[in-house]
Design a protein around this ligand. Sequence first.
Ligand code: PLP
Length: 439
Amino acid sequence: MKATPIERDIIDRTIDEFQVADFGRATIREVKAIAAKAEAQSGVEFIKMEMGVPGLPPSAVGVEAEIEALRNGIASLYPDINGLDELKREASRFVKAFVDVDIAPEGCVPVTGSMQGTFASFLTCSQCDPRKDTILFIDPGFPVQKQQLVVMGQKYETFDVYNFRGERLEEKLESYLSRGNISAIIYSNPNNPSWVCLKDEELRIIGRLATKYDVIVLEDLAYFAMDFRQDLSRPFQPPFQPSVARYTDHYILLISGSKAFSYAGQRIGVSCISDKLYHRAYPGLMQRYGGAGTFGTVFIHRVLYALSSGTSHSAQYALAAMLKAASDGRYNFLDEVRVYGERARRLKEIFLRHGFRLVYDNDLGEPVADGFYFTIGYPGMTSGELARELMYYGVSAISLVTTGSSQEGLRACTSFIQDHQYALLDERMAIFAENHPLG
Ligand SMILES: Cc1ncc(COP(=O)(O)O)c(C=O)c1O
């Protein structure tokens, strides 16, 4: 056995100190803290792949617009709870330009990041009909969204899409929806953590069944248009971001400023509520809030009002400017983030050369795109074993177990990778492969 880049003892002691009994279940924050401590103690640099934080400068278009808005004094004013008119208009136009779907500006609602968008959506969807008290996750997914449901005391169900791609999705989805207790379905596309992208035929199935069982679809577009296999960057021209919006009437598109515009720090996004859903009256909402009980007004004037009374005023100006510049064709936001794809390509090549395999490796036969995340496994190792073992080699990533996946493997994020780290990873994975020979 060759010596590992970091003494095993240092990692073992640090994990013990954090009282993480099962490293396969460690949260992102725990993995980050353990890696930081082990790095400080060993003096050996970690290749950090656990956090899904943008590793790029923020969009200059947004920063300039925000500074100007602040100089103009908007910080002293409460933002309109409906959202800044200009942002609502531009969000509607952006959706038309890049998804080719019509959503009226009134339904495009600023939120303090998609995190708040999903919280408000889960809450509102769960109150529409007392019989529908459960949210369905098409997993793997973003763990904090389940935590949101735990916080609000709502039920959820989940299945791993791994074995249910294409036509197989239909029967699986129907087995849940036919029970009559599902209020909404959520998935991200591209997907965190697997980077699989649901294809049109799968979105059509989701849309058709959502209509059949009167279920709302929450389409989390946190990685908007970041499937770099196709050029989705040209406004008002195909190809467009695939969306369930083409196949059902009751949906919310959750668009985030965080990743596509590297604007995570300002906590800004838009929840775009379909016209039909916005105006639909639900008995559960009427009973709880009085009035007409329409989804859109409850979402904005009851739920968002109670949560944060609107969204940071200056950040709304930033997002309006970024969306406008993108739809005008003056600013190719995808050019700025394409580097994640290039990083993924290089990292995957290194891992695969040293005996690793991609866990989620294809979309109906087509290799998954290179993007913000990818998933890796090593023959004969569980998620927990691999996550812990890689720590001895100074590589930190989170186990897929924490994301609702039933596959053995890890999620690796490309956002913090620096140029000199490819050679470092190659060296370390060569030692790993020597220490873990494959039969
Ligand atoms: C799938 C998914 N949804 C939502 C979010 C949160 O986005 P925001 O920063 O807009 O709250 C993330 C962030 O990592 C994500 O990966």
